[in-house]
Design a protein around this ligand. Structure first.
Ligand code: GRF
Length: 225
């Protein structure tokens, strides 16, 4: 039985699609069984349907509903599905402590900056605006504190003189499409252990020379330890 993954998203869904492709290709030993979006028109729902994800759900916030009330409904959906792992892939809401604690240590997020720098809703654009010379993405465990849980994988690239915020975000996104599936695969292999605020990764192989990572100029990527 492959590991069962639930994905939460709010938008386009390119990270979800990258994960689904790897699952379908067998490079990630997992199955996405549920996709939930807080946005009715989110592209990630369309992508989930296209890839025959068994349960695809739009769960928009009701009028006057508080974030805590919304998360009670979300938690019911997640508990009914009982996934092994929850992946936040462009999920633009902050999970309430109740959801985080119900799936303690089993929720991961992909973030478009080299954490702990540039946490928050617009990591790539913030790195650009701050004049960062090196940028990238981070997969991490979700805790009650925003973008602050133990870091899992990071990939970095050099900012180019002719980049702008959009171009930089696009190049970082290509790294995310590798880092997120790879993180899920390491999880499925049982290669990740958490000690305090640090993750240890013991993987027999690496995606360092993965054909998708090489075309991104100046990339820095490390796995293991
Ligand atoms: C990604 O950059 C992700 O890191 C951020 O939101 C974006 C989502 O893109 N949290 P997509 O919906 O996966 O295409």
């Amino acid at each position: 039985m492959p590991m069962r993954v639930a994905v939460l998203g709010s938008g386009r869904g390119s990270n979800l699609e990258a994960l689904l492709r790897h699952c379908e290709a067998g490079t990630v030993a997992a199955r996405v069984t549920l996709v939930v979006s807080n946005k009715r028109s989110a592209g990630c729902l369309e992508i989930a349907r296209k890839h025959d994800v068994p349960a695809v759900l739009a769960l928009p916030k009701r009028k006057g509903e508080s974030a805590t009330e919304y998360d009670v409904r979300l938690l019911e959906v997640l508990q009914a599905e009982a996934p092994d792992l929850i992946v936040l892939a462009g999920y633009m809401r902050i999970l309430s402590p109740a959801v985080v604690h119900a799936f303690e240590g089993r929720i991961i997020n992909i973030h478009p900056s080299l954490l702990p720098a540039f946490a928050g809703a617009s990591g790539a654009a913030d790195a650009w605006a701050a004049g960062a010379r090196i940028a990238g993405c981070t997969s991490h465990i979700v805790t009650a504190e925003l973008d602050a849980g133990p870091m899992l994988l990071q990939a970095a690239l050099a900012v180019r003189p002719n980049d702008n915020a959009e171009a930089l975000a696009r190049r970082i996104l290509r790294l995310e499409h590798l880092v997120l599936p790879r993180t899920v695969q390491l999880w499925a292999e049982g290669a990740i252990t958490i000690e305090g605020n640090k993750a240890h990764i013991a993987a027999p192989d690496s995606w360092l020379h993965h054909p998708e990572i090489e075309p991104v100029a100046g990339v820095l990527y490390s796995e293991g330890f």
